[in-house]
Design a protein around this ligand. Structure first.
Ligand SMILES: Nc1ncnc2c1ncn2[C@@H]1O[C@H](COP(=O)(O)OP(=O)(O)OP(=O)(O)O)[C@@H](O)[C@H]1O
Length: 290
């Protein structure tokens, strides 16, 4: 955990990012010990006639944080939304290829999409608590799914989720006050607590800290690192420092000449930031495009 190094690329450019913490820890782990959560095979995705993603092939490891980085418009959010079929909501969109979750095709006609989204939760860029109390924000999902029926069980679950989201101490005396009265950073941690309340296996995060101040951002990153042994986390971020600090693996998207998003490189975050294999990765992380 204490490993700390600054990357120098083959060109001699110094990457202005310190690769520490979990990225350094992941660099030590052997790829053979990893279990795959998602297998993405020959995935293409279109919004009508526009091809937004082309020929994606990647395995996302279980119980690790995978960061998705890349220039604006390269398809990062589109890809993230495919992982729990939020993409179904866009009329006129279609895909070819497969995404397997624990070996099961998520696009199978037999698959229950509500059950999929329970397994694969999502936290959005802008905190979006329900206009209800803090307690009700957490209790809503479990109640919908019919779990934790007794009040004592629900109380315990609410406390557990808020503790996991590192929010309990700040809100334990105001559980029945409106969630909208919380700060932006607290609201985002509440949204993470809400996502956890239905016991997902995966949490997708779309720039979860981009609307937050630096202290709240660090709290969200610490929280992700805390949660990663239990959940598979996939996060889209524009923040290179954040990807380097708070992810184990990094996936780099770029845009082809026709503007379709492609994965140019995927690997351990430590390797991507210190020894990128592709010129476009190097250009992107050193700020020369995107
Ligand atoms: N609902 C939609 N209908 C049509 N085109 C869309 C839709 N959503 C996204 N696109 C297009 O798909 C491409 C990829 O968009 P996407 O939002 O996935 O990129 P991104 O890498 O997440 O971008 P950013 O970093 O700016 O958030 C872009 O060209 C975008 O204009």
């Amino acid at each position: 955990m204490s490993d700390s190094l600054v990357g120098h690329l083959s060109t001699g450019i110094k990457i202005n990012t310190v690769v520490t913490g979990i990225a350094a820890e992941a660099a030590e782990e052997s790829a053979t010990g990893l279990v795959t959560k998602f297998d993405v095979e020959n995935l293409n995705f279109n919004y009508g006639n526009f091809q937004a993603l082309r020929n994606l092939n990647v395995n996302i490891p279980s119980r690790r944080i995978t960061a998705i980085i890349g220039p604006s418009g390269s398809g990062k959010t589109t890809f993230l939304r495919l992982l729990n079929r939020m993409s179904d909501m866009t009329l006129g969109s279609w895909h070819t290829g497969e995404i397997l979750l624990d070996g099961i095709d998520i696009f199978s006609p037999d698959l229950n999409v509500v059950a999929l989204r329970r397994r694969v939760g999502m936290v959005f860029q802008k905190p979006n608590p329900f206009p209800k109390t803090i307690y009700e924000n957490i209790a809503y999902g479990p109640r919908m799914h019919g779990t934790h029926k007794k009040k004592a069980e629900m109380d315990e679950l609410v406390e557990h989720c808020l503790k996991q989201a590192a929010l309990w101490d700040e809100v334990k005396d105001s559980l029945h006050k409106s969630a909208l009265a919380l700060s932006g950073g607290q609201q985002q941690r509440l949204c993470i607590a809400r996502a956890i309340s239905v016991e997902p296996e995966v949490i997708l995060m779309d720039e979860p800290a981009s609307a937050l101040d630096p202290i709240s951002t660090i709290k969200i990153e610490e929280l992700m690192i805390e949660l990663r042994r239990k959940y598979t986390i996939v996060i889209v971020t524009h923040n290179m420092q954040q990807a380097a600090r708070a992810s184990d693996y990094t996936m780099v998207f770029v845009m082809s000449p026709s503007r379709a998003g492609e994965i140019v490189e995927f690997g351990k975050t430590h390797d991507i930031f210190t020894n990128p294999q592709h010129e476009k990765t190097e250009q992107y992380i050193t700020g020369r495009f995107g």
